[in-house]
Design a protein around this ligand. Structure first.
Ligand SMILES: *[C@@H]1O[C@H](CO)[C@@H](O)[C@H](O)[C@H]1NC(C)=O
Ligand SMILES: *[C@@H]1O[C@H](CO)[C@@H](O)[C@H](O)[C@H]1NC(C)=O
Ligand SMILES: *[C@@H]1O[C@H](CO)[C@@H](O)[C@H](O)[C@H]1NC(C)=O
Length: 387
């Protein structure tokens, strides 16, 4: 087919004009959508944050947070229990700062604002302190006390003056991350305390799977038994060495037992395990023994602390007294019910938000650990003196 050259030129001009027009329209449209958030203006970003509602359907808004405002956090040796998908969902939706994301993909280490090292997991990644990128924040996570460390790579002096922030269960951590917490209940639970006292036919239960520990808790329990407290030992340290199904155990304890022994494996500063919290919401009085200063962290009137007694014998006598004194027993339960244990998820979410808040304001939080070994190991654990 032969085309007249005039028509050809005409068609060419029209198509160029059309292309230009549509490009203009398209960029105008992009500007309208993205213009707002691509401005490097923190106050605008924060007003955006407060305007965002918390529904999942608004997740799509996050794609509009400019790349420059995103804070990427890389886990160098992520423990298996850290679930990045759910953490990132929390970071994106319900934190005051919504611009942090966590990953464990170590492809480009430099592109991350912060690195998280789990101080208690093997360090397989090839990362050397000498190559720390300028401005990057290094954070070390600790959820176990030094007595339970399996690896100690972090005590190698090559790591001195590299770690900025500690993240863990210790109160003096830069980012405090307790296993769980107790919170005040808004309304006390409806309970028939007399019925509770009457239905309990057994005295004390102890669920335990780790028998030989720094705290020598097995010996302490043996003493309590010797001084007359009937204690049912459930789990691997019991004579039957039965497997533990935690749901049915909790139901069992709630129904039949008056006391639960929450005895820690190690006597270390601020260290308390999830066992203290996971039985707290049951209708039992918890008896604690550990290295944490319980009254600094919790209302001391809501449980019995072995440290308040001269000896296992004195504690045994007190347990036996409560066991037969309905009024006194109920007084403890009521006091306990002023609080409840908050879920693990809730507390983990809060601590992730706190981490993100700090990374958004890192000039306010300068820190550098000269001697990490000193921080972690020196004067943090002690041998029990009640045996
Ligand atoms: C524990 O903490 C409480 C309250 O903060 C304090 O009064 C007490 O002296 C502390 N006990 C020990 C043994 O440090
Ligand atoms: C982190 O440590 C580096 C030195 O390795 C330092 O330059 C930087 O200011 C520190 N950042 C914070 C937030 O502490
Ligand atoms: C760091 O602290 C540990 C434990 O307190 C100590 O043994 C070590 O000598 C210290 N290292 C330096 C370089 O000061």
């Amino acid at each position: 087919m032969k085309i007249d050259s005039k028509t050809g030129i005409c068609a060419f001009v029209v198509s160029v004009a059309f292309t230009l027009l549509s490009m203009y329209l398209f960029s105008w449209l992009l500007g309208a959508i993205f213009g707002e958030s691509s401005r490097h203006d923190m106050s605008r970003a924060s007003s955006m944050r407060t305007n965002m509602d918390t529904s999942i359907s608004r997740l799509v808004d996050l794609t509009f947070v400019s790349e420059d405002l995103m804070i990427n956090i890389l886990w160098i040796n992520k423990p298996v229990w850290v679930n990045l998908q759910s953490i990132n969902q929390g970071l994106a939706i319900t934190c005051p700062y919504k611009n942090c994301r966590m990953t464990d993909n170590a492809k480009n280490i430099k592109q991350n604002s912060a690195l998280v090292f789990s101080a208690q997991d093997e360090l397989i990644a090839t990362i050397h302190p000498k190559n720390k990128p300028f401005g990057q924040v290094w954070i070390f996570l600790r959820m176990e006390p030094p007595t339970r460390d399996k690896v100690r790579w972090i005590s190698d002096p090559i790591w001195s003056k590299t770690m900025n922030w500690s993240w863990g269960y210790r109160l003096d951590s830069d980012i405090f991350r307790p296993v769980q917490t107790l919170v005040t209940r808004k309304t006390p639970p409806e309970r028939n305390y007399i019925d509770i006292f009457k239905r309990k036919t057994k005295v004390a239960a102890w669920v335990v799977s780790n028998c030989k520990t720094q705290s020598r808790r097995v010996e302490y329990v043996e003493q309590l038994i010797r001084y007359g407290v009937p204690i049912d030992v459930i789990g691997k340290c019991s004579r039957e060495k039965q497997k533990i199904d935690s749901n049915s155990i909790e139901a069992l304890i709630n129904k039949h037992y008056k006391f639960y022994l929450s005895f820690e494996n190690s006597f270390c500063k601020d260290y308390v395990t999830e066992k203290f919290y996971s039985y707290y919401n049951l209708d039992v009085i918890t008896i604690v023994r550990g290295g944490i200063n319980y009254t600094q962290h919790f209302d001391g009137t809501t449980f019995i602390n072995a440290a308040d007694f001269k000896s296992a014998k004195a504690l045994a006598n007190y347990i036996l007294l409560l066991n037969s004194d309905e009024e006194l027993y109920i007084k403890y339960l009521k006091q306990k019910d002023r609080y409840e244990a908050k879920s693990i998820q809730a507390i983990q979410h809060e601590t992730n938000c706190r981490l993100c808040e700090r990374l958004n304001n890192k000039e306010k939080y300068y820190n550098l650990y000269e001697n990490i070994s000193k921080y972690i190991f020196k004067d943090t654990c002690y041998t029990p003196t009640d045996l």
